[in-house]
Design a protein around this ligand. Structure first.
Ligand SMILES: [Zn+2]
Length: 408
């Protein structure tokens, strides 16, 4: 895919994306089974392919170990032009499980291309995005010198606890970066906002006793039930206070798991019970305040019943609310319009991305925009349109060029 731009505003530029090379590389990456699964997560084959491609192009990538056997790739591609800012592109190399392969119409790690679509687990989420960022930056580099530097991050464990993104921030891989484009699939929408997420565990401790003499123990289950009601009230309050975000919907406080007692011991009052909660928030919801409120109200509910209540925060990812006036967003909007011939649609990310961690821990503006459908990720017969891989590469190249030149 080629873009030739003339005129004083654009400067003369002729950006050519290697369509064939990009598709071949995407097929190769989809064929690596880099599934994120407890105990056996392994992105090494995919990481090796990306490293080899970067070295083939004369780049000097660094491999940074996150946990044994799992390493981030970080590489700087200097423009060779005037000094300027650093723009980063980010993608992850892990994928979720393929589930039952017999439910797929194409082999999940076969890399089949059928009717203009590349099929496979990770085709959209997000090996296509990784390929687009690599081939976009390569095309820009081959088009001639540009100001500033592009940093590319190909990370591990996004589908898990985002260890790769957390390690990237703590190890300084985001230092000096002025904006990040997260190349996750969002169905052609530019997404400057993402929902926040909190994962909590609430433990209830009472005293075990015989079911025939419940008065001799303290049953944690009625307290657990009352706390479910408390959570519903808090959800209702948040929904009425923060309303419905145009791109993200509303806030949910969702109990997802309860563990207490055992059916084989149904004549026994258990000593303890636990409740897991998945919270999804819109911009404006203060996570620390919300966690403290849940803690205080749950403990108070337990006090009345003589049940000790303890709240553990498993993960806390605040919402992302990047302004559409940020240069990184404006440059993407402009590049998208010029490549596709029509203005982009703005949207929001229903889940969280590595960008959530970058914004939370490194305070850098992030925006999510990448090839592939928003809803096809994690499903059977996941695919990406082949055409989108080169198109996104071109948009990335053009957006980077404008951003680094301070042109938007
Ligand atoms: Zn993803």
């Amino acid at each position: 895919m080629t873009l030739e731009l003339g005129g004083e505003a654009a400067g003369d530029v002729d950006i050519r994306v290697d369509d064939r090379g990009a598709l071949d590389f995407a097929v190769q990456l989809v064929k690596t089974r880099s599934v994120d699964e407890p105990g056996v997560s392994d992105e090494r084959e995919a990481t090796g392919l990306v490293l080899a491609k970067m070295r083939e192009w004369g780049w000097s990538p660094t491999l940074v170990e996150v946990v044994p056997g799992r390493s981030n790739i970080v590489v700087d591609v200097p423009g060779g032009g005037p000094s300027g800012p650093i723009l980063a592109f980010e993608g992850h190399l892990d994928v979720v499980t393929e589930g039952d392969p017999s439910e797929w119409s194409q082999a999940p790690f076969g890399g089949a291309v059928v009717d203009g679509r590349l099929y496979g687990r990770g085709a959209a989420d997000m090996k296509a995005g990784v390929v687009s960022m690599l081939y976009g930056v390569r095309a820009l580099q081959e088009a001639g010198p540009f100001p500033g530097t592009i940093r590319i991050l190909a990370l591990v464990d996004e589908e898990g606890m985002m260890l790769g993104a957390k390690h990237a921030v703590s190890s300084g891989a985001l230092n000096g970066v002025s904006g990040v484009i997260i190349c996750e699939p969002e169905g052609d929408e530019i997404c400057p906002v993402s929902k926040g997420a909190i994962r909590l565990r609430i433990d209830f401790t009472g005293r075990m006793t015989h079911g025939a003499m419940p008065e001799l123990g303290r049953n944690p289950l009625p307290t657990l039930g009352r706390v479910l009601g408390v959570l519903e009230d808090i959800q209702h309050d948040l929904q009425s206070r923060f309303g419905t975000h145009p791109h993200l919907g509303t806030t949910y406080v969702t109990p997802t798991v309860i563990v207490a007692g055992t059916p084989a011991q149904m004549n026994t009052v258990p000593a303890s019970g636990s409740l897991w909660v998945d919270i999804r928030s819109v911009p404006g919801v203060d996570h620390d305040e919300l966690i403290e409120r849940i803690r205080a109200e749950a403990i108070e509910t337990g006090v009345v019943d003589g049940i000790a209540v303890d709240v553990t925060v498993i993960d806390n990812r605040p919402p992302v609310d990047t302004s559409v006036d940020e240069a990184v967003v404006r440059c993407l909007v402009d590049a998208h319009s010029r490549v596709t011939g029509s203005p982009p649609v703005f949207g929001g990310v229903p889940g969280t991305t590595d960008g959530t961690i970058f914004t939370r821990d490194a305070f850098i503006p992030t925006v999510v925009y990448g090839p592939g459908g928003k809803w096809i990720a994690h499903q059977v017969d996941e695919f990406v349109e082949v055409e989108a891989i080169s198109r996104y590469a071109l948009v990335y190249a053009l957006a980077a060029r404008s951003f680094l030149a301070g042109a938007c």
